[in-house]
Design a protein around this ligand. Structure first.
Ligand SMILES: [Zn+2]
Length: 316
């Protein structure tokens, strides 16, 4: 079985401590995968990662008709167009485009650009291709894809990087495939201190680590910026309030980054996020507060539905 075992994605240390066993899609604990915290820098990550055990399928149904995404996509397009109106990126690559709505919106702004879209689900990729017949749609994850270096002027990674099985290698790959003056726009709402995912308050370890079994990394927000700074200069950032459930706020953070020469492979700075991340985690109940079902027989079904819903909500 393909299993991935890593040093810390941020600082390269193997010195970590276990927080909990990782969760499987039926809500039970995995026998092998663990959620650990790096004792040196405080990164929280899944280790080892065994992709075959983290089964969660995406389907066309997960996306609905897109109405809910429209407002979000037009504001993001406006944000990006502010930076790129002078220089149209020749090649735009998006990882995890879903049905391709952002690319469709960008295509109106940059009609001459080439679009290369990596969509992991073949089912969804068919829809992407249908929506963007002129784009190259590749039904693969970034890990699976063979891509040349210095290839894209703009890479877009919205709400999917925390799902990369081999997180660090995927970020390195994105860095390499960008041209020398290339940009990355990356966005996530999965952080150690996140109060809520979209429409879903985080009250327990299970809410934070088990709501989507594909998640692999949880940084503090400023720690994530430090991580990105190993590979990129952050040109602009955008943090916006998405919604609130029972007083728990969902905040999404977006970073527009410019490729830079990597000076240091791993983070060797003096800051450690271990204490602050542990403090963030201490607010959480280690028991489940999954609101869908407390009935053991219904739990696997409920969790699967919840995961599908969560995946869809996370991509709003
Ligand atoms: Zn570390």
């Amino acid at each position: 079985m393909k299993s991935l075992f890593f040093p810390c994605h941020m600082c390269g240390s193997y010195d970590s401590e276990m927080l909990t066993s990782a969760y499987l899609a039926d809500g039970s604990f995995c026998k092998f995968q663990q959620i650990v915290i790096c004792k040196k820098c405080g990164l929280v990550y899944k280790n080892p990662v065994i992709p075959e055990l983290n089964t969660l399928s995406y389907s066309k149904i997960s996306w609905g008709d897109g109405t809910i995404f429209k407002k979000r996509i037009s504001s993001l397009t406006l944000f990006l167009s502010g930076f790129f109106k002078e220089i149209s990126p020749k090649t735009i690559m998006e990882i995890g485009p879903g049905p391709g709505w952002l690319a469709m919106s960008l295509q109106e702004l940059f009609p001459a650009s080439k679009y290369i879209l990596f969509e992991a689900s073949q089912d969804v990729a068919e829809l992407t291709k249908q929506n963007l017949p002129n784009a190259t749609v590749i039904p693969a994850t970034i890990d699976e894809a063979y891509i040349n270096n210095d290839f894209a002027d703009l890479a877009i990674v919205c709400g999917v990087d925390y799902l990369f099985p081999d997180f660090r290698r995927a970020i390195e790959k994105i860095h390499k495939l960008l041209t020398i003056n290339g940009y990355l726009y990356i966005e996530r709402n999965v952080f150690v201190e996140s109060e809520a995912y979209v429409g879903f308050p985080i009250k327990s370890y299970k809410d934070l680590f088990g709501s989507n079994v594909l998640m692999t990394t949880w940084f503090a927000v400023d720690q994530y910026k430090q991580f990105l700074s190993l590979f990129f200069d952050i040109v602009s950032e955008k943090s916006f309030f998405h919604d609130e459930t029972d007083g728990f706020k969902c905040i999404i953070n977006g970073f527009l980054c410019k490729k830079k020469v990597i000076r240091s492979e791993y983070y060797h700075g003096n800051t450690s996020w271990y204490e602050t991340n542990m403090a963030s985690l201490r607010r959480l109940n280690k028991e489940s507060t999954n609101p869908i079902s407390t009935n053991a027989k219904l739990q696997p079904v409920a969790t699967k539905l919840w995961n599908t819903f969560q995946f869809w909500r996370l991509h709003e």
